[in-house]
Ligand binder design. Structure first.
Ligand SMILES: [Fe+2]
Ligand SMILES: [Fe+2]
Length: 277
């Protein structure tokens, strides 16, 4: 939690409400690629305090946004990390999560710097909408592809939180956009830039460390890393809610309904290409 000014608000749900003892661990273990993806997500979520600190600094002049980031957004993201970690540790009791997270964090801390933020506030809020679209759709895909019921429910719950974050950032974007009036091409550029860039680095960094810990005894093996990553991609690709992703990405562009209908199908194709990539 960011020091000082803000106390956390009540969470929409609590990790303690989830019955991790009810997990069918043997069944869950059969979905190894999915578990590796869950572990990767748990690392990125658990590092939310770094991003939150950067963002709160960026929006320091806006008490409304910084209070929401510190009181709601950061505690909710950190809770996602705790819940996903608890899931992984229940299913793989031998998985050394703290060691894997420490290795991840040493890399991730370097990727996640205030310089990554868009200097124009409305454009940073567009970037946040892209990131929340990414997480909302990824957790929806995890929920759809999981066979184990606790993970299905947990991922659906987290996906709903991410949609809530998206809505909040989108409302803030509209507020800033009224004053800053970034042109549609600039908004589109910020959107595409974020879509192609940082998020992938986050996910890849998480996956690399999730896999490294799982196969620690076997030593580094680039071919295995590629093979496991390909299996995870295939899994996400099959369950990914492309329409939902395209709809959320289009919103900040504020296109007239007729134009939005026209560009939606190619955007769905582009999203498929990105997820396939
Ligand atoms: Fe999250
Ligand atoms: Fe989020």
């Amino acid at each position: 939690m960011t020091p000082g000014r803000f106390s956390p608000a009540p969470l929409p749900w609590r990790v303690e409400d989830i019955d991790f003892r009810a997990i069918d661990a043997a069944a869950a273990r059969e979905d190894e690629p999915l578990l590796l993806l869950v572990a990767a997500c748990s690392f990125v979520e658990s590092a939310a305090h770094v991003y939150a600190g950067n963002l709160i600094g960026h929006f320091a002049a806006d008490a409304r946004i910084s209070a929401w980031l510190a009181r709601h957004w950061e505690p909710e993201e950190l809770q996602h990390g705790r819940a996903l970690r608890a899931y992984v540790e229940r299913v793989w009791p031998d998985y050394d999560w703290p060691r894997a997270y420490a290795a991840f964090f040493a890399d991730y801390g370097r990727l996640c710097t205030p310089e990554d933020l868009e200097p124009v506030r409305s454009l940073e809020l567009v970037a946040r909408c892209v990131v929340e679209t990414g997480t909302a759709t990824l957790y929806r895909a995890i929920s759809r592809s999981a066979r184990e019921p606790t993970l299905r429910a947990l991922a659906a719950r987290i996906s709903r939180d991410e949609i809530g974050h998206y809505r909040h950032f989108h409302r803030a974007f509209r507020r800033y956009q009224r004053a800053e009036r970034s042109s549609r091409p600039r908004v589109l550029r910020a959107l595409v830039h974020r879509l192609l860039d940082e998020r992938r680095e986050d996910a890849e960094c998480g996956l690399r460390h999730a896999i490294a810990e799982r196969y620690r005894g076997a030593g580094p093996d680039p071919a295995r890393l590629r093979a496991v990553t390909a299996r995870i991609r295939a899994l996400v690709r099959n369950a990914f809610p492309y329409e939902m992703g395209a709809g959320l990405l289009l919103k900040p562009l504020g296109l007239p309904a007729r134009v939005a209908r026209l560009v939606r199908p190619p955007l769905v194709l582009a999203a498929r290409w990105i997820v396939l990539g």
